[in-house]
Ligand binder design. Structure first.
Ligand code: NAD
Length: 256
């Protein structure tokens, strides 16, 4: 059980981050939720996790596009046994038309934020004598698709940083790994289904299997619960010698 451990999950007021925070709380960890907003419903998510699983949970606002706020998140949390770098955004455009501000934002949120949080969290893990860093990369951390230059660059970058941090902590009770999801059914993805159905003149199932899951051989979405379960596994004793690697949760995408 993860009783007494504190887990910080960046970008966790929706989707995969919230799913991972839920499963870590179910496993007994105290959790810190984060995003860049500061709404009542953000704090309510934390209260709901605390009620449901009997753990401590709070929400801390910090903008992961800003280095100082990334560092401030970890400092404000005060403890960090488990760090899940999950915050991420996407923008799709040919590289010669790629908006510079989108490139900068994607590299800042999807890659640089993990540098800043890790730099502050590692000394805390060393002082506590235990630590787990789980970076949420993507199938796009291992393969590419056209029109996603910034995202693919950032996700390949975080896979590289994962290996480096693992080597720097190899002889300590700390591990650093990346999870590489394929297509995951998050509210964001769900919201794209109606438009895609209309665009292709297809029904829901057809759009999911032929368009959205074209590259996912299982023809099934991964779920946020499955990603949460993978993160909990990486925090377990069974995973103590797993470090510096990637675990794909992609229905066979990267086997193709
Ligand atoms: P999502 O949009 O539901 O979640 C992204 C989270 O990041 C949200 O909580 C959002 O508030 C937060 N966020 C965005 N900008 C932020 C900022 N500046 N500061 C702090 N928080 C910020 O999307 P998701 O699908 O859950 O994505 C989560 C992670 O998983 C991302 O890194 C994404 O690249 C990765 N991923 C998703 C899929 C998928 O199919 N959904 C596949 C592979 C990888």
């Amino acid at each position: 059980s993860l009783n007494g451990k504190t887990a910080i999950v960046t970008g966790s007021n929706s989707g995969i981050g919230l799913g991972i925070a839920r499963e870590l709380a179910r496993a007994g960890a105290d959790v810190v939720l984060n995003s860049f907003t500061d709404r009542d419903e953000d704090h309510a998510l934390a209260h709901a996790l605390a009620e449901e699983f009997g753990v401590k949970a709070r929400y801390i606002k910090a903008d992961m596009s800003k280095g100082e706020e990334c560092r401030g998140l970890i400092e404000q949390a005060g403890a960090c046994d488990i760090l899940v770098n999950n915050a991420g955004i996407q923008h799709v455009s040919p590289i010669d038309e790629f908006p510079v501000e989108k490139w900068d934002a994607i590299i800042a949120i999807n890659l640089n934020s993990a540098f800043h949080t890790t730099a502050v969290a590692l000394p805390m893990m060393r002082a506590a004598g235990w630590g787990r860093i789980v970076n949420i990369a993507s199938a796009h951390g291992l393969t590419a698709s056209p029109f996603k230059a910034a995202y693919v660059a950032a996700k390949h970058g975080i896979v590289g940083m994962t290996k480096t941090v693992a080597l720097e902590t190899a002889q300590e009770p700390i591990t650093c790994n990346a999870i590489c999801p394929g297509y995951v059914l998050t509210p964001l993805v769900e919201a794209q289904i109606p438009d895609t159905m209309e665009k292709y003149g297809m029904g829901r199932e057809e759009v999911i299997k032929k368009v959205m899951l074209e590259r996912q051989p299982s023809k099934e979405f991964a779920t946020v619960e499955q990603l949460g379960g993978t993160a909990v596994f990486l925090c377990s004793d069974a995973a103590a010698q797993i470090t510096g690697t990637t675990i794909s949760v992609d229905g066979g995408w990267t086997a193709l």
